[in-house]
Design a protein around this ligand. Structure first.
Ligand SMILES: [Zn+2]
Length: 129
């Protein structure tokens, strides 16, 4: 039996034991893997954070292929940037040198939170099962 093509494989980044495979938050020690088939190697565990949604989304999107995940992740990055832009507009500057330390942290949090939220929502919406 030959290895599946790269297009047919789930993206390896989703199986990092330190990072939720759904929303990219810190993994909590919970995870999902489909049943091992007789005579086959154990499928890798998709580790998740403490969110109840993430374990369900991990199960439903486990077999999502790398090109589909990459497309979804690119959309999530764009939504993170939108959140950062909205924050910058709310404080009337996008210049990091003009922001206070607290504003720079809130700006970064807005981008990261926007990315994480969008990744989770889009994985839920486009899960193959
Ligand atoms: Zn998560």
């Amino acid at each position: 039996m030959s290895a599946p093509s790269p297009e047919a494989r789930p993206p390896a980044i989703r199986f990092d034991d330190q990072c939720c495979g759904v929303c990219a938050r810190q993994a909590s020690g919970f995870g999902y893997a489909p049943k091992q088939r007789y005579g086959q190697p154990a499928p890798p565990i998709m580790w998740v954070c403490e969110s109840d949604d993430c374990i369900r989304i991990a199960r439903d999107s486990y077999s999502m292929t790398e090109p589909v995940f990459n497309r979804i992740e690119a959309l999530a990055v764009a939504e993170g940037l939108d959140r950062g832009r909205d924050f910058a507009i709310s404080i009337s500057t996008a210049d990091l040198a003009e922001m206070t330390d607290a504003q720079r942290l809130d700006f970064a949090r807005a981008i990261v939170a926007g990315y994480r939220d969008a990744l989770k929502v889009k994985l839920r919406e486009e899960a193959p099962f």
